[in-house]
Design a protein around this ligand. Sequence first.
Ligand SMILES: *[C@@H]1O[C@H](CO)[C@@H](O)[C@H](O)[C@H]1NC(C)=O
Ligand SMILES: *[C@@H]1O[C@H](CO)[C@@H](O)[C@H](O)[C@H]1NC(C)=O
Ligand SMILES: *[C@@H]1O[C@H](CO)[C@@H](O)[C@H](O)[C@H]1NC(C)=O
Ligand SMILES: *[C@@H]1O[C@H](CO)[C@@H](O)[C@H](O)[C@H]1NC(C)=O
Ligand SMILES: *[C@@H]1O[C@H](CO)[C@@H](O)[C@H](O)[C@H]1NC(C)=O
Ligand SMILES: *[C@@H]1O[C@H](CO)[C@@H](O)[C@H](O)[C@H]1NC(C)=O
Ligand SMILES: *[C@@H]1O[C@H](CO)[C@@H](O)[C@H](O)[C@H]1NC(C)=O
Ligand SMILES: *[C@@H]1O[C@H](CO)[C@@H](O)[C@H](O)[C@H]1NC(C)=O
Ligand SMILES: *[C@@H]1O[C@H](CO)[C@@H](O)[C@H](O)[C@H]1NC(C)=O
Length: 331
Amino acid sequence: MPKPTPVEDLIIPPQDQKICGTICVCQMTAVLSCVAIVYLTVAIYMPYTRAIASGIDPTPIMCTTTRAVNKDNCDWGSCGEWCLSKTSGACIQIYVNVRKNGTSLLLAECGSAANKTCYGIDQENAKKYHCIRDECRNLTGTFNCTEGKCINITDAFECAFRDTDPPLKCSGRRGKITCIDVHGLFSCSRGTCRKIKTPYNCDRRCVDIPTRHKNVIVLSGDRVFLARCSKLAQEDGGNVVWNDSGEEVLMLSCHAVHNGTSGVVAVDCINAALLPRTDISDLTNFTYLQYLYTVKAVPNRIIAPSEVELTMANDSVPLLCEGPGSSLRDD
Ligand SMILES: *[C@@H]1O[C@H](CO)[C@@H](O)[C@H](O)[C@H]1NC(C)=O
Ligand SMILES: *[C@@H]1O[C@H](CO)[C@@H](O)[C@H](O)[C@H]1NC(C)=O
Ligand SMILES: *[C@@H]1O[C@H](CO)[C@@H](O)[C@H](O)[C@H]1NC(C)=O
Ligand SMILES: *[C@@H]1O[C@H](CO)[C@@H](O)[C@H](O)[C@H]1NC(C)=O
Ligand SMILES: *[C@@H]1O[C@H](CO)[C@@H](O)[C@H](O)[C@H]1NC(C)=O
Ligand SMILES: *[C@@H]1O[C@H](CO)[C@@H](O)[C@H](O)[C@H]1NC(C)=O
Ligand SMILES: *[C@@H]1O[C@H](CO)[C@@H](O)[C@H](O)[C@H]1NC(C)=O
Ligand SMILES: *[C@@H]1O[C@H](CO)[C@@H](O)[C@H](O)[C@H]1NC(C)=O
Ligand SMILES: *[C@@H]1O[C@H](CO)[C@@H](O)[C@H](O)[C@H]1NC(C)=O
């Protein structure tokens, strides 16, 4: 674990000073937080920062990954330099929103709890098939390809489509040339890949979420926590923010859900919304749940604030994965 380094000690090139100040705050406090808070915005989440805990956690700031840009050549990368100098070569740039912490809630008197994990694709760790290296010669399944590098999304997504382009043979002697710059969604069978034409519809392969008799649904990264609870209170203060009336289902996005001494605790919750009981059946799937949450449910800012309210900086903050300490050691 890199040793925390005081900010003043950083050697910062003058032109980067402002940016670095911001990064340090976000960086040091939220390294792990960035992982799970992708919530509902992106289907494929990118826990780039998983492994890096700098051990510094003084301020209540969270980051939400808004976009990741793959660049062949850039002057900063999200996993590498720490504001020290220009790097050259390929890198990933991640932009995040910076926001204050959400509300921590105590779910009281809960029963019939269920926990469902909906697997996403971890783009950082997913195996990439590089067609130029002839690795696409035996692709089978559904693949998301970016400039000749393909990721297997078969297990995480179910894609409905009508048309494909004529097949490309990535197998065979000329396969690597044929498929050198495949880009888009492909349906492949033993190295024969057809580009899926728009319109297509890829659903998270996550069905049978047990919503029967549940009145609280917490989305937390890839996990969905469901339970029937009689009330919700703020963790500090104990103010009751919601009572079960039997007619509503409460939906929330939280950073984590765990068992506490006096009940289930949902940490750093945002975007609370209420849905009429009747809108939800006994079993549902992730896509439909997402639709209900974002389109049908009525936001309730008393239970938990919306992410927009908590946002301090929009999509402007670049994120570096390295802790300050570790790059300084190289100096
Ligand atoms: C903000 O949330 C993070 C992650 O849940 C937590 O580690 C941190 O202590 C929280 N900060 C405050 C001030 O509540
Ligand atoms: C190609 O992939 C299929 C299934 O993915 C596997 O059964 C087969 O053995 C593979 N063939 C080669 C030559 O790797
Ligand atoms: C992609 O994933 C599917 C489902 O797990 C598997 O059957 C297939 O062999 C995989 N293809 C490759 C090339 O890894
Ligand atoms: C395919 O990958 C691109 C770039 O990484 C991403 O934006 C897109 O959402 C992915 N599409 C699917 C269906 O997974
Ligand atoms: C919940 O119920 C309690 C007791 O019945 C009541 O005092 C409280 O005001 C209610 N809170 C809300 C948010 O409805
Ligand atoms: C849900 O499951 C995960 C892992 O399976 C566990 O870490 C988490 O604590 C569980 N949550 C509850 C409230 O049971
Ligand atoms: C939380 O506590 C309940 C009841 O004590 C138990 O059934 C459940 O498995 C616990 N979950 C975790 C993740 O510990
Ligand atoms: C998800 O549920 C909706 C509504 O119940 C249904 O129309 C849709 O086909 C389901 N999707 C999948 C992948 O099961
Ligand atoms: C961030 O963007 C949203 C929507 O684009 C806007 O409503 C909000 O005021 C912005 N917040 C800040 C702090 O710029």
